[in-house]
Design a protein around this ligand. Structure first.
Ligand SMILES: Cc1cc2nc3c(=O)[nH]c(=O)nc-3n(C[C@H](O)[C@H](O)[C@H](O)COP(=O)(O)O)c2cc1C
Length: 153
């Protein structure tokens, strides 16, 4: 109990339009031999427990032994998490595909970390493009979609 008035906490600067910047990062990697769906389910369970605390949302795509993850949130939180993920022994050949630190809107605001099969990712990205308000988000998503449609060697 305190007789002081409780200050209202603001995570973001005050002012209706002053949203804080978000950072997003996309990487792909290869699952280590022996990693199966149960391991991926465990990763999702951990992510759903930890990501809300970190203010992180995103999508994890898994298919054909390849991971592809979009992570969005405050920059420091995303970078710390990415360091942890990169060091995870369940995958290798970790390659960052893109980063963007000027995004203001979340593309996946309600997904603590959603698992999407490779067969559905184009649909998910297209939906995100259709609902995104900022041109920057649309461009980033379109780039991902184009990359997915261009088979790599
Ligand atoms: C492909 C992949 C994606 C991951 N994504 C996340 C994530 O979004 N959030 C998270 O907390 N951990 C994620 N992890 C797990 C982390 O690498 C790490 O194991 C975990 O955060 C540690 O949690 P713990 O300290 O509770 O065991 C991922 C791991 C892999 C292999």
């Amino acid at each position: 109990m305190s007789d002081q008035s409780i200050p209202i906490q603001h995570d973001e600067p005050q002012g209706a339009l002053r949203e804080s910047l978000l950072f997003n990062l996309v990487y792909c990697s290869q699952a280590r031999a022996g990693v199966e769906n149960a391991d991926v389910d465990a990763i999702i369970a951990t992510s759903r427990r930890r990501n809300p605390v970190l203010g992180i949302t995103g999508v994890l795509v898994f298919g054909g032994g390849v991971f592809f993850q979009w992570i969005e949130g405050p920059k420091a939180a995303v970078m710390d998490l990415v360091k942890l993920i990169e060091a995870d022994s369940r995958h290798e050949l970790f390659v960052i595909l893109s980063t963007d630190e000027e995004v203001r809107e979340r593309i996946f605001p309600t997904w603590d970390m959603e698992l999407v099969g490779i067969e559905n990712i184009q649909e998910v990205l297209q939906d995100a493009i259709d609902t995104a308000c900022e041109q920057k988000s649309i461009d980033a998503l379109q780039l991902l979609l184009d990359r997915l449609q261009t088979p790599s060697e």
